[in-house]
Write a protein of this length. Structure first.
Length: 110
C-alpha cells in the first residue's frame, strides 16, 4: 500500500519518480523516509529480491491507477452532456503536442 500511496503522491504533484539510479530516485528516498516510522518497511527495502521497486512495476501501477480514474470519469460522463476541446501545436523542440480538454456537467450541475 505504501508503494501505491507514494506513486499517487508523485503523480498528483507532477513530480519525477525516477532518478539517475534506483537508489537516488525520489520514490526510493520517500520510501526510506516513510521507513523511519515503520521498521518493517526498512526491513522490506533492504531485501534485494523484491521487484516492486523497479521502474517497470511502478509504471504498471501508475497505468492501472490511471485506468481506474478514466473509468470513473467515463461512468460520470456517460449519462450527461460533455464537450471535448483539442489544440495541437509544435513546441520549441519541433515536437507536436496535443492538448485535450474534457468538460462535462454532472447531476448537480457542477
Amino acid at each position: 500500500m505504501k508503494i501505491m500511496e507514494n506513486l499517487q503522491y508523485f503523480c498528483g504533484q507532477g513530480q519525477a519518480i525516477q532518478g539517475d539510479s534506483e537508489f537516488e530516485s525520489n520514490f526510493f528516498q520517500l520510501m526510506k523516509l516513510r521507513g523511519k516510522d515503520d521498521p518493517k518497511l526498512v526491513e522490506w527495502l533492504d531485501k534485494a529480491t523484491d521487484k516492486y521497486m523497479t521502474h517497470d512495476i511502478q509504471h504498471e501501477i501508475i497505468t492501472i491507477m490511471a485506468h481506474l480514474d478514466q473509468r470513473d470519469i467515463i461512468k460520470d460522463i456517460s449519462t450527461n452532456v460533455f464537450s471535448i476541446i483539442a489544440d495541437e501545436y509544435i513546441d520549441i523542440s519541433n515536437q507536436e503536442q496535443l492538448t485535450l480538454c474534457l468538460r462535462w456537467i454532472d447531476h448537480e450541475y457542477n
